[in-house]
Design a protein around this ligand. Structure first.
Ligand code: FMN
Length: 187
């Protein structure tokens, strides 16, 4: 099983990437799935001009990104909260791919420097993904005060508590992925 983890912050000095590293380490250490980090800071996509399917000459990195989303069994999106919403970098790739999100199980982790764990992002991001017929998983993983909660390598300050929350969050995603795989075999 392949889980892609989207790191949505492209900001210099970003901290939400710490949570990405945590998920990657946790999933691999517990042999839950293989993981691949899709780092939007690394991709540096230009501002959206048209959906991939209508682009005449898409860039190799756009094609690569799309292929990684297509081939992932499930996705974790780690997004910061910027002024009560999710960042433009994330909307940029959501709009880019369009059909590839359909029926894709997606779990959302919201991250903030403040005390509320980026919770303002949830409804707007879920709504955008729902419009594209993605299957957003009904589980949450809000991270408050991220700079204190994780070090730069993604090690949580409260290892026991964080891993307990991660276990139930990832279990929900894997349950949805497995249910989808089973259903597709029956069709
Ligand atoms: C443009 C901008 C807007 C922000 N707005 C909020 C906010 O509304 N609420 C909040 O708790 N933190 C806010 N933050 C702080 C981020 O949540 C914080 O930087 C956190 O580490 C996640 O983003 P990062 O991965 O880019 O670091 C904002 C940061 C930036 C750069």
């Amino acid at each position: 099983m392949k889980i892609a983890i989207i790191s949505a912050s492209v900001r210099t000095g970003r901290n939400s990437h710490r949570v990405v590293l945590f998920f990657k380490n946790y999933i691999e250490a517990n042999n839950l799935a293989s993981t691949e980090v899709l780092d939007l800071h690394h991709y540096q996509f230009p501002i959206f001009e048209e959906r991939l399917k209508f682009q005449k000459d898409p860039s190799p990195k756009t094609i690569e990104f799309a292929e990684k989303i297509r081939s992932a069994d499930g996705i974790i999106i780690v997004t910061p909260e910027y002024n009560g919403g999710y960042p433009a970098s994330l909307k940029n790739v959501i709009d880019l791919l369009n059909d590839d999100w359909k029926r894709k199980p997606i779990a959302i982790s919201t991250v903030s420097a403040g005390s509320f764990g980026g919770m303002n992002v949830i409804t707007s991001l879920q709504y955008s993904l729902w419009k594209l017929q993605a299957w957003t998983v009904p589980a949450m993983f809000p991270v408050a005060k991220v700079g204190e909660a994780y070090d730069e390598q993604g090690n949580p300050t409260d290892k026991t508590g964080t891993e307990k929350r991660a276990k139930s969050f990832i279990n929900e995603l894997l349950w949805c992925v497995n249910a989808k795989i089973k259903m597709e075999k029956q069709l």
